[in-house]
Design a protein around this ligand. Sequence first.
Ligand code: CA
Length: 405
Amino acid sequence: MIRAAETIQLTDTGRQRRDNEDSMFARAPVFVVADGMGGAQAGEVASRIAVEAFEQGLADSGSPEERLAERVREANRRIHEISRSEHERAGMGTTLTAAYLDDGGLAIAHVGDSRAYLFRDGTLTRLTQDHSLVGELVRRGKLTEEQAEEHPQRSIITRALGPEPSVDVDTWTYPVRDGDVLLLCSDGLTSMVTEEQITEVLGSTESLEGAGRGLIKAANAAGGRDNITVVLSRLEEVGGDGLDAPTAVGLPAAKADPGPAGSQAPSSSSPSPAASATAPPPAPRPAPRETARRPAAAPGRRWGRPMAALIATLIVLCLVLGGGYLATRELYFIATNGQGIVTVYRGLPYDLPAGVRLYETVYVSGVPASLIPPDRRGTLLGHQLRSQNDALGLVRDLELGRLSG
Ligand code: CA
């Protein structure tokens, strides 16, 4: 049978946030990471509720995927109810990535842009699909993975626990085998550190604890702009029947020993036949609702992508040449700010190379983007250029609740 030989969980506030809104839970065979959102500590509350749903264990019946998904839906209901009944929690939400290990493999339930990975024989495989704006664009072939990594809107997620009374939960099951390492992490890691870097840290670090610390260190070294959470578990194959017990008992568990575990594995236990299969690709999902989070206008680390840069430069050039630069001062658009709050900006929704922004904040509303009816979010937050009256008028209507449906 396969089991978790060793598990570690680490979280770090990062270098730029004051609070840590991530939560985690790791008690084999259940592993969970949640990344909360919403002002005034509401994100912390949401992610905590999400992981607490797993602390009681899973339901007795159903497949592992169903049992995980049931807990996720339960957490969604709780978060949604509290966000509706407590004013200071309005609009809170969280991502959630949960895994359950048993002899059938590793079952995953997932909503949002936290991630699960499997590290095997020096290769890192991503097990989850991001429910994010850029993730959707990559799946539709509109962006490459590289472009997505640097996209200014990469932190907008399209699915979360909390905003709606019910939630679609993606679930998959992957075959696992002796020596695999499971990694669950929040986007505070993956938005700062490339998968190549993660692979390098996991492949070069002696202990699981050291690997976890190495990942957090790497994210902080890259800027640490967000909370960083890492759950790591090393899996091992152990004897499945009582006859193997004496052999197993006679040998200490491989705590921090990164060396080959072959000598400790009971000889009669055959390698899992399923383990050699490659993980099936995650199933495509229907286009999700849009749940805006964090800066629609977040500054990209680097612009770097020639095509996008060219387009932005051409726009600016046309405006400048056409005497239109001043006119951009009269253009407005609506987006979400760093706290996920609907905000009116003056200018154009673009960042230029060298960190030059073509917009400035005019008015921060009292409305989290998650409170906007889903069918209105696209048009309202779509960066459409508007007049000052139009932009401010729309946001005021929103604040007064006149934009319902
Ligand atoms: Ca995050």
